[in-house]
Design a protein. Structure first.
Length: 157
């Protein structure tokens, strides 16, 4: 019997470890997930409902800092990966250092790539990669009132 702690750790993989584990309809999403909140969990659960497996591309610490600026991330990449790994809706987590998940998408080739409501398929940098292998882009709406930046600002106030 695998202990729960070990099952969380086993979800954090590199691409080479991930590839033989892929099965069914693979759904992929990515992001920083710096301070996990209800909006994130709702989004991830809805993404998982779109297929048989959810793979999350997690921005590395250096990637988050380049995207979000100084002082971010609040939590380290391994801490963020561990917390996310405790969610039943996530099957695997792959940490990546680039600003976009294009390299990961070109290797994994998920059936469905999911992004949040602040994107449109037309403005996704990874659209070309997804189209190249026949994948689908799905945009999920945000849960109003939840934002990591808002949480950080509330704590500062």
């Amino acid at each position: 019997m695998v202990k729960f702690f070990e099952s969380i750790q086993s979800k954090i993989v590199n691409v080479n470890q991930l590839m033989p584990k892929l099965r069914g309809t693979v759904v992929f999403t990515n992001g920083c997930f710096d301070i996990l909140h209800k909006g994130h969990v709702s989004y991830l659960a809805r993404a998982r409902d779109l297929g048989d497996m959810l793979v999350l591309g997690l921005n590395s610490d250096s990637s988050v800092q380049s995207l979000k600026g100084p002082g971010r991330p609040v939590h380290s990449e391994m801490d963020r990966a561990f917390v996310l790994g405790a969610l039943a809706c996530i099957d695997y987590i792959v940490i990546f250092s680039e600003s976009t998940p294009e390299r990961l998408l070109s290797e994994i080739k998920p059936h469905i790539h999911v992004k949040g409501g602040d994107y449109t398929p037309e403005n996704l940098p990874e659209k070309k990669v997804i189209n190249s292998y026949g994948g689908t882009i799905k945009i999920l709406p945000f849960v109003d009132g939840y934002s990591t930046t808002n949480i950080i600002n509330k704590i500062k106030d």
